[in-house]
Design a protein around this ligand. Structure first.
Ligand SMILES: CC(C)(COP(=O)(O)OP(=O)(O)OC[C@H]1O[C@@H](n2cnc3c(N)ncnc32)[C@H](O)[C@@H]1OP(=O)(O)O)[C@@H](O)C(=O)NCCC(=O)NCCS
Length: 171
């Protein structure tokens, strides 16, 4: 199910058959360094991650993380979308690319579409993001999206502080 389309990309709902892609993505060094170890070590684990994460979010909230694909290629290159976390007051945006697809502006293109979707289709008046202080590429991307640094937070059960970025719309 395609949710959003941009000049070069489409964002669609994830399905359990995306398990091989998820298994690769969540175990690549940049994900492990900046997002953390999801303990996804097999295709079964990846299906469990999909079911408990994005698929549950679609059912509960009507939105979630989506697969990012190039328009004419049926293979995910990354994830981008919206998350509703218990410990945050606001919906946050998330994104990650397979490393081999970095440096082409795909993450910005996908995330800019998600920001517009959050504002106009979902009707949010505020969108946030949480990011590790050393994650320079993501921080630059958030700034390009208009999500400015607001404060530092430490999520429950974690010891390392994260940066909270935010963008609000007042109209
Ligand atoms: C965050 C992440 C998606 C950013 O990837 P990225 O490649 O920096 O971002 P983009 O896809 O938007 O690409 C931007 C780069 O493409 C370049 N680019 C090339 N062609 C482009 C085009 N047609 N349009 C726009 N930019 C283009 C830009 O100049 C920029 O390069 P630069 O960084 O050298 O200035 C990636 O680092 C990642 O997956 N990290 C691990 C997961 C993660 O940390 N997620 C966030 C948790 S908060």
């Amino acid at each position: 199910m395609t949710v959003l389309a941009t000049a070069r990309l489409r964002l669609r709902r994830l399905v359990l058959d995306d398990a091989p892609f998820v298994l690769e993505l969540v175990n690549q060094p940049s994900w492990l360094a900046y997002i953390g170890d999801k303990q996804v070590h097999s295709l079964d684990d990846a299906r469990g991650y999909l079911a408990a994460g994005p698929l549950a979010s679609y059912a509960q909230h009507g939105f979630g993380l989506y697969a990012v694909e190039r328009s004419h290629v049926d293979a995910p290159i990354g994830l981008c979308g919206l998350l509703r976390r218990e410990h945050l007051e606001d919906v946050d945006i998330g994104f990650a690319l397979l490393d081999r697809y970095g440096g082409h502006g795909y993450a910005f293109e996908a995330a800019a579409a998600v920001v517009e979707h959050a504002r106009h289709a979902i009707g949010l008046d505020r969108l946030v993001a949480i990011v590790a202080p050393g994650n320079a590429r993501s921080i630059r991307l958030l700034e390009k999206l208009g999500l400015a640094f607001e404060r530092t937070i430490t999520p429950p059960g974690q010891t390392a502080p994260l940066r909270l970025h935010a963008r609000s719309w007042c109209d």
